[in-house]
Design a protein around this ligand. Structure first.
Ligand code: COA
Length: 325
């Protein structure tokens, strides 16, 4: 099996910033509540008419440039998203067209906030067994399109953005281990009930706000902590390492209190945890993707460092990945 690594990263965040102060004018909430309960100060919101593929393409172009790879050399595009432009075709196909990446096989992955980690795992398997040479993996979301702006328990949490990575064969290091898990018995904890084949769109589904995110946050909190800690421990063991060997952790950015609880469970120094939740909120699959990109650009990840990606989301799904840079 070939060694596979990340050879370029990129991101794109929409221009518009929605602060906690802005939200105070929209629902019964406060900057103090949002900051202390979640760690979020502001989030980005896509412009009217901007779709997920638009964000994905911009992040992809940045990643291709960073990798020094031309679009026609990409032979696999995987987009992790739960907010595609439309039900079909896939966002990956729309990205392919916009990039003129005519040689790529394209599909989307629905694994919510763990989507970017799932997509890295799938792409690395394509490359490891020789089915692809250069893969473009993107986590892109416009969660503002499925956010109920009248529901204070969810609308303060989410944001929009996209992050991308180019995966190729590497001579040394690369992805040392991956670990994925799912539990469909908890599907009810976090979902958008309408708009699919179970509950197609009708006047009634629109009026009853069933096209928006419904979340049982309190119940999810514990599940998130346990699943992320379990996934991190499992993947580190699989890589033949100890948690202390990790130089930087890129966790999913749902809540700073979840991340702290995971770090405590694993005995990890909080200085080794990368956070961008304060600026962007929870962007589902785009959270780990943008955090990885920013950590590289800020010099927090250097050659030879061991990086842990650790994510959890609706499904329920969780996934972790150890990469030697
Ligand atoms: N502003 C002010 N008060 C709010 C509020 C807001 N935006 N949202 C909820 N509240 C209130 C609630 O009504 C409740 O009031 P009550 O005690 O009078 O009933 C109180 O705050 C506590 O609500 P609760 O839901 O228990 O808060 P919490 O501490 O659990 O925090 C979340 C809520 C959503 C931030 C937290 O549960 C969470 O992060 N959950 C996990 C999210 C997650 O992992 N998602 C999956 C991956 S994407």
């Amino acid at each position: 099996m070939k060694k596979v690594g990340i050879i370029g990263v990129g991101e794109y965040l929409p221009q518009k910033i929605l602060t906690n102060a802005d939200l105070e004018k929209m629902v019964d909430t406060s900057d103090e509540w949002i900051t202390t309960r979640t760690g979020i100060k502001q989030r980005r919101i896509a412009a009217k008419g901007e779709a997920v593929s638009d964000l994905a393409v911009k992040s992809a172009k940045a990643a291709l440039e960073d990798a020094g790879i031309a679009a026609h050399d990409i032979d696999l595009i995987i987009v992790a998203t739960i907010t595609p432009d439309m039900q079909f075709p896939s966002v990956a196909c729309l990205v392919q067209d916009a990039l003129s990446a005519g040689n790529a096989v394209c599909f989307d992955i629905s694994a919510a906030c763990a989507g970017f980690v799932y997509a890295i795992d799938v792409a690395s398997q394509f490359i490891a067994r020789g089915a692809s040479k250069n893969a473009l993996v993107i986590g892109a979301e416009i969660l503002s399109s499925v956010t109920d702006w009248q529901d204070r328990s969810t609308c303060v949490l989410f944001g929009d953005g996209a992050g991308a990575a180019v995966l190729s064969e590497v001579k040394s290091g690369g992805i040392l281990a991956t670990y994925l898990g799912s539990d469909g018995s908890m599907a009810d904890l976090l979902k958008v009930p309408a708009g699919g084949s179970r509950m197609p769109a009708t006047d009634k589904t629109v009026q009853s706000r069933m096209h928006y995110i419904k979340m049982r946050g309190n119940e999810l909190f514990k599940k998130a902590v346990n699943a992320m800690a379990k996934a991190a421990q499992a993947v580190v063991n699989k890589a033949g390492l100890k948690c202390q060997d990790i130089d930087l952790v890129i966790p999913h950015q749902a809540n700073v209190r979840i991340i702290s609880a995971v770090a405590k469970k694993l005995g990890l120094d909080e200085n080794k945890i990368y956070l961008n939740i304060e600026k962007y909120g929870n962007m589902s699959s785009a959270s780990t993707a943008t955090a990885l990109c920013e950590a590289v650009k800020e010099g927090r990840i250097k050659k030879g460092d061991v990086v842990l990606l650790d994510a959890f989301g609706a499904g329920l799904v969780w996934g972790a990945c150890v990469i030697k840079w």
